[in-house]
Ligand binder design. Structure first.
Ligand code: FMN
Length: 583
């Protein structure tokens, strides 16, 4: 078999020593927001000869607390849902078929359990660490979850803003809203709906990863967004991103702009707001009247905890890129999906059976720490996984029904072990209209052969046959998981055009979309009896070189690997919570 290799680069040792850091502050003067973003993206690339700037060692004395708490806020404990809900995994994607649960203590608890809760503790020797339903780069969990709920029996007698506390599986009541404020906020929203918000504590990620941390925070938001959407689907609800809300309004709605409640505590960056509703026809409406910041009628409580005793290092470029990507109020994005495949054209035969329940796939999801270098998957499994990653013209494919833009993330695949498919480099154009431009931006000698007997709606192409295991490992920072799985992939973003179309704030959306792709791959891998792992550490420009991408318009935004895992037998797994399930 031909070996596809990387010839023009050599791996050099990591250059993360503090002395080697460039500490230039944010670009000054009249630099445009888009220029700030592009400069950030360039300077946070990992190169063979130089990793993006980071401390280079772990400063354990300042390790951030992974759990935010608001001292003084009422804590509403959520009952631990009884395990064993029988909903099959495949039904998450057949959303009209799940009867919507009424909004109640039990359903809110189940929603957060599936979306953001702890799912296990791991122990090695004397050290214990928790894992969650949503994954996180370095398990640092910068993402915080919030909900704006109406009065719900046994949660609160009035509408309120809550912060989700995953360690306790509880809601912290941050603010009580009077009836006028709640009605004002929700009058244009569908009956029975509520709002969820996400924010990032950038320091948690920057503590370890330095300047590249902003990217990882955004990936994690994307994973969490998909996780929320999947949780909603399991309850017969649907989620839609409120993409027109400004970051200022969002900060106000979630209470993140309250200096008096943070004092010296690490601030949170507002990320997104989503509407959750019982089943509605697709596409879901966005609120017809813009959501407004809180004015009167809101009573706040609680003070944020400090997460690290001190910060021994600051990363000004993270503040600069955060600032440059904050969104103003805008009109909702509306794009045309009529040229997208139907579900039938994507899947061939509709999927109406499977291995797991939705609950098992969600709560047992784990990253593989190593792949076995042996497990192959069937062609049908591979094609089904890829079909899940594409929105349909009916706009019902969860979680793609949650976001209004056409895919800007396309996939370059390193196929190693898929039965009936030649190993090699492949491409999946997640927007069928982008095949031609991808052909133009990638290597001219790629063959772009349609994969035989592939469902007609799946834009999957063989680019070059050959053994690409070493190449996949090399470009993924030398991580063996990229070559030892069944396949791994690079998520190639239609980057500059997206920023030109929707502004610098859309830089975040590109990472969110990549994270959403990743979250689906995690669950699909569980369903297939194997595992996946997100790969945030990859050498950016060498990835581009592997696909022949010279233009800076297209950039790799995330990597992923899927395959047969090797379990680490030194670790013990303990239950997520030590309190009893509800009877
Ligand atoms: C954005 C992102 C980037 C990641 N990058 C890597 C990586 O480069 N290498 C790796 O082995 N794991 C990587 N992971 C996996 C995390 O280490 C893993 O999610 C975390 O330890 C929590 O474990 P869990 O996924 O089993 O809950 C990444 C995960 C995410 C979400």
């Amino acid at each position: 078999m031909t070996k596809i290799a990387m010839t023009s680069h050599r791996l050099s040792p990591l250059s993360g020593a503090p002395g080697s850091l460039e500490r230039a502050g944010p670009p000054a003067g009249d630099t445009s927001a888009e220029e700030v973003v592009v400069a950030y993206h360039e300077r946070t690339k990992h190169h063979f000869h130089r990793y993006a700037a980071a401390l280079g060692y772990l400063d354990w004395a300042t390790q951030p607390d992974p759990f935010r708490r608001y001292a003084g806020a009422d804590l509403v404990r959520l009952p631990l849902p009884k395990a064993g809900r029988p909903l099959p995994y495949w039904q998450l994607y057949a959303n009209a078929s799940v009867p919507p649960m009424p909004l109640s203590l039990a359903s809110v608890s189940l929603f957060f359990r599936y979306a953001l809760s702890l799912t296990a503790w791991k122990q090695a020797g004397d050290t214990r660490w928790p894992l969650r339903a949503n994954p996180s780069s370095g398990n640092l969990h910068p993402t915080e979850g919030y909900a704006l709920l109406p009065a719900v029996d046994q949660i609160g007698a009035t509408a309120a803003v809550y912060h989700y506390a995953p360690r306790e599986h509880a809601l912290e009541r941050r603010a009580v809203l009077n009836a006028t404020r709640w009605t004002g906020l929700t009058e244009s929203l569908p009956e029975g709906s509520f709002l969820v918000g996400l924010s990032s504590v950038q320091w948690r990620e920057a503590w370890k990863y330095g300047e590249r941390a902003f990217r990882y925070c955004q990936h994690d938001v994307g994973h969490a967004l998909a996780s929320l959407s999947i949780a909603a689907a399991a309850l017969g609800w649907r989620l839609v991103l409120q993409d027109s809300v400004s970051d200022g309004t969002l900060s106000s709605l979630l209470g993140l702009d309250r200096d008096e409640d943070f004092a010296a505590a690490e601030r949170e960056e507002a990320e997104l707001l989503a509407l959750i509703s019982p089943n509605l026809p697709a596409p879901l409406p966005t609120g017809s009247k813009p959501l407004t910041a809180h004015g009167g009628g809101v009573l706040w409580q609680g003070r944020a905890n400090t997460l690290s005793p001190k910060h021994s290092v600051e990363w000004p470029v993270i503040d600069a890129v955060a600032q440059a990507t904050r969104r103003c109020e805008s009109s909702p994005i509306k794009e045309d999906f009529s040229g997208f495949p139907s579900a039938d054209a994507l899947f061939g035969t509709p999927i109406r059976q499977g291995l797991l329940t939705a609950e098992t796939a969600i709560l047992d999801r784990r990253s593989a720490v190593a792949m076995d270098g042996a497990t192959a998957i069937s062609r049908a499994t591979f094609l089904r996984m890829l079909a899940r990653l594409i929105p349909t013209q009916e706009r019902r494919a969860m979680p793609w029904d949650a976001i209004p833009w056409r895919p800007r993330i396309h996939i370059g695949l390193f196929v190693h072990r898929v039965d009936g498919l030649a190993p090699g480099i492949y491409a999946l154009a997640r927007d069928p209209d982008k095949v031609d431009i991808l052909k133009r931006v990638m290597h001219s000698e790629f063959c772009w052969q349609r994969v035989p007997d592939c469902p007609p709606g799946l834009p999957l192409y063989l680019l070059r046959e050959g053994d690409c295991r070493a190449l996949a490992i090399t470009v993924s920072c030398g991580q063996d998981i990229a070559g030892d799985g069944a396949f791994s992939l690079a998520m190639i973003a239609d980057y500059r055009d997206s920023l030109a179309t929707y502004g610098s704030g859309f830089y975040r959306n590109l990472f969110w979309e990549a994270g959403m792709v990743g979250q689906l791959l995690y669950l699909e891998a569980e369903e297939a009896g194997i595992r996946a792992t997100g790969i945030g550490c990859y050498f950016d420009d060498p990835v581009h070189a592997a696909f022949g991408i010279v233009s800076r318009e297209w950039q790799s935004f995330y990597h992923f690997t899927v395959g047969g895992p090797v379990e680490d037998s030194r670790l013990t797994t303990l239950p997520a919570y030590d309190f009893k399930e509800e009877p």
